[in-house]
Design a binder for this molecule. Structure first.
Ligand code: KG4
Ligand code: ZN
Length: 340
């Protein structure tokens, strides 16, 4: 008898994207993401506005995911949701919805750690992708986190390096704000950097021990540099925007690649993956591919849509947990500081 297909509904609401996905075995049938433009005006995510928008979006997004997948809700075998880490108000919306829907459908509920989800996005089968083999190292770089993760198995991973202050995405976004870009500025820096010279300007690079990172000094160094330049030439930023973006992006990438090289050398692992919103950065993707040539790395870069926050990564993680029978009960609560 052929094995029964497994359908998982994934739900993600940890920050400012409301997302729902339907996974069939290891393939994605739908991955709907409602972005929240409301934060653009404020230069960062406003938690109160994020939770309100999640509440408006969650039902239509789940409905759209089920319809796009072409299945009925009765076919869903389990609901996987992001329990944390993230913003409390945002997490509560996804968690409460997942609990209620699982109860209504009388199916298991599976809690997922958002950061594990970013790593396991590599195991979504899109028919073309090569999946990492164990053990591998994953550089998870997002708006809230910067981690080097040693991945021994799907559900056996350890953070071996992390940021002591800002995350890499935060460094992009804060630098972008100084340049006058709306939030999130990371993708805009990426776009302008493509036409600029990364060696045009020098910014300070941190000296941090072991495999940890720091980005707050870079932000200060950019701030002082811009203050100095614009004092004598108010049009400095406009006149040098592409070079500024390329130099800022180049510095962030250099900091990331340096620690990744150290981790690879220290642990003797040359399978290197990237994950999280910043892994959408074209400069980082290029630098990693170039380093792979030099250092003989096998590099894994997720499809663009599985880099930034999405429910597909929550669904695939939920599937691995579902297979282990790792279910949550109805008393589960959102966990803003949920670590790997
Ligand atoms: O993983 P993610 O969608 O949300 C969090 O869990 O934080 O990551 C969002 C972060 C933001 O800081 C955003 O500016 C950054 O990822 N980001 C980028 C790019 N696309 C998204 N940073 C640089 N270049 C990009 N192309
Ligand atoms: Zn994320």
């Amino acid at each position: 008898m052929p094995e029964k297909d497994i359908y998982i509904l994934g739900i993600e609401s940890s920050c400012d994207d409301t997302s729902a996905a339907i996974l069939k075995n290891n393939t994605i049938l739908s991955n709907i993401i409602a972005r929240q433009d409301v934060h653009e005006l404020y230069g960062g995510v406003v938690p109160e506005l994020a939770s309100r928008a999640h509440q408006q979006n969650i039902v239509p997004v789940v409905d759209a995911a089920i319809k796009k997948a072409g299945i009925s809700k009765e076919q869903i075998d389990a609901i996987a949701f992001t329990r944390g880490p993230g913003l409390m108000g945002s997490l509560i919306v996804g968690t409460s919805f997942a609990k209620s829907f699982a109860m209504a459908l009388q199916i298991p509920l599976v809690e997922v750690n958002h950061m594990v989800g970013h790593v396991l996005a590599h195991f979504i089968d899109d028919g073309q992708n090569k999946m990492p083999t164990f053990p591998f190292l994953c550089l998870t770089v997002s708006g809230g986190h910067t981690q080097i993760v040693l991945v021994r198995d799907h559900l056996d991973m350890e953070v071996i390096g992390t940021t002591i202050d800002d995350a890499a995405g935060e460094a992009f976004d804060k630098a972008a704000k100084l340049l006058g870009f709306p939030y999130p500025g990371g993708p805009l820096i990426d776009k302008h950097a493509a036409n600029g010279n990364p060696a045009a300007f020098q910014f300070s690079k941190p000296v941090i021990k072991d495999l940890d990172f720091s980005f707050s000094g870079l932000k200060t160094s950019i701030l002082y540099f811009l203050q100095k330049q614009t004092a004598s030439n108010p049009a400095f930023i406009d006149q040098h925007l592409d070079d500024l973006c390329a130099s800022i992006q180049g510095t962030i990438i250099e900091i990331l690649i340096k620690k990744l090289k150290k981790a690879s050398k220290d642990l003797g692992i040359n399978q290197i993956a990237i994950a999280g919103g910043v892994s959408a950065n074209s400069g980082l993707r290029k630098a990693l591919t170039e380093e792979a040539e030099r250092s003989n790395w096998e590099v894994y870069i997720p499809k663009f849509e599985y880099c930034t926050d999405n429910a597909a990564m929550i669904a695939i993680t939920g599937k691995f947990l579902f297979e282990k029978g790792a279910f949550s009960d109805q008393s589960v609560a959102a966990a803003p500081r949920y670590s790997i």
